[in-house]
Structures are given as structure tokens and as C-alpha cells.
Design a protein around this ligand. Sequence first.
Ligand SMILES: [Zn+2]
Length: 216
Amino acid sequence: MKNSLYRLIVGFRRFREKYFLQEDADGSIYTRLAASGQTPKTLLIGCSDSRVDPAILTGASPGELFVVRNVANLVPPCETSDIGFHGTSSAIEFAVQNLKVENVIILGHRQCGGIRALMSRERRQNATFVSQWMMIVDEVHHHLHAAHPNADDETLCRLAEMESIQVSLRNLRSFPFVQDAIATRNMNVIGVYFDLEQGQLWHFDDVSNAFVRLPV
Ligand SMILES: [Zn+2]
């Protein structure tokens, strides 16, 4: 057997032990989840980066988080044309409309490869799927290079990682059903930044319009 498959089976055995075989009076966690379906309270939009797994980061159990992960945890603006495959938008729609989540969290992070590609000065010479996708936050590239002409790359990337969370928050609010959920049932829309170098969590504060470090 291939080593990669063997590693998967070993991991799954451990997972099955914990969530299928361990039972209390109501059965196992999955007995309950299979019988009653999922009712997650939170939609989390995170990056595909292997170091930023939302369930590991938050200690969530199966059934707690509805997760969509993409390059650089971006939310596109609400586009209503028939053209295009709107993977992230459809996940947001399902979570807000059908699951009626109470919270939507956009989770950005330090050392984001998508943001590094965005901030690269040579990015337009090689059009790739990533560079196309990162056009969602194109304004961040222009704004930060203009505002901080002498900043080093790491500083620019860190600022861009945070600023693109703000753009995604704005885009999220451009969906009519998100506006409706905020207005009618007080759904929370939250921007969070994980600094994986320092082990810190930051939160975008609407009042001060800035990221504030969370006490952990
Ligand atoms: Zn990333």
C-alpha cells in the first residue's frame, strides 16, 4: 500500500475511534449528526493553507463549523451573471439561507501565499488561476504600494493580509441575503487574523476601524 494512503487510514482509524465508537447515552457524535443532520452555528471562510485548519485552530467538533476554504480566504463580490462557477458564493448562500448560521467569520493569516502573489510587482506578466482569483482584492495591491512605497515586502504582505479581510467583509455584505440576515436576525459578520508566526489572534473592530489583538 502506498505510504500516503496508509497514513490516511491510520488517521481515520483514530478519528473513527473518537467520533463513532465512543458513545454516551445518546450514542456517538456521528450517530446524532447522521440522525439529525447538521446545524452549525458558524460559517468560516478560511484559506487553503495547510497551517490554518479552522477546526484544529478553534478546537471545533464535527458539526460545529461550516467551512469554505479557498486561496487567501477571499469573498468575491455578489455577481449575478449566468457565467462563472461561484464556489465560494454558493457555500455562503447555502450557509446563510439554508443553515441560517448565526456567525460568518473570515479568517485571514500571516504568510499567506495568495497575498504574496497579489503583492508581487511582477504579477501581471504571468496570468495564472491564482493571479486571476486574487483580482478580487486588486485594490489592496494598488493602495498599499502607493501608500507605503518604501515598505519591505513582509510589512506590505502583512498589511495586505489584513486589508483584504476588510475587502472580503465588504463583499460579503454585498449579497442581498447576507444584508437580510444581518437586518432581520442579527447575524454576526466577523473578520479575524491569525498570526502564525507569533501565535496571536487579531479581530477587525468596526468601531475603531482597525485590527485589535484578542486576549488569549
Ligand atoms: Zn493563505
